[in-house]
Design a protein around this ligand. Sequence first.
Ligand SMILES: C[S@@+](CC[C@H](N)C(=O)[O-])C[C@H]1O[C@@H](n2cnc3c(N)ncnc32)[C@H](O)[C@@H]1O
Length: 202
Amino acid sequence: MKTVLPAFDAAYWQARYDDGRDGWDARGITPPLRAYFDQLDVAAQPRILIPGAGRAYEAEYLHQLGFRQVFVADIAPEALAALAARVPDFPPEHLLLADFFALPNDPPYDLIVEQTFFCALDPALRPAYARQCAHLLRPGGTLMGLLFDTDFGPVQEPPFGGSKEEYREYFAPYFEFRHFETATNSLKPRQGRELFICLKKK
Ligand SMILES: C[S@@+](CC[C@H](N)C(=O)[O-])C[C@H]1O[C@@H](n2cnc3c(N)ncnc32)[C@H](O)[C@@H]1O
């Protein structure tokens, strides 16, 4: 029998923020993303999307480095409000209160950053996630970030786990795999349990 999950909609996520059930929130940028951002070329001013951004410490960090084409998307108002409060000069038009799956690709992005968004979605949406990332990126654009490579058990709400082998199937139709290995610099509670991915759109 197939389990039917409830909708993890804007109300669900806003309630998790309101109730403080936000265990995913690292309260700062995580080491694997910081290391990757530190070697990006700021002069190129890539167009960067952080979907399911939450409180978006990554956007704050990129903004501090001088990246000015950073967009964050989230369906929970709390997430975007937190970034706006911490970084008053972050462009308000780059705060997208929107469903990731409905975002337009005009113009397309150079880079999409993933961290604990994929695992927040109903697993049935995983093929659509890979397809939408490809849709939003220019050819040669990059999807990078972290995916949990662990089993959280038979849970009824996020985070949902999975495996490297499972994920490979979703991304292979659209992306070349540049890196798809266990991260070496994860936060301590996530050590050995997340993949660092860097995929190039075909
Ligand atoms: C587990 S949290 C992760 C937040 C952030 N990436 C982090 O690492 O702190 C998942 C986030 O995705 C957002 N979200 C869930 N479904 C979404 C959707 N369809 N479109 C945009 N954001 C979504 C939620 O509101 C929540 O802020």
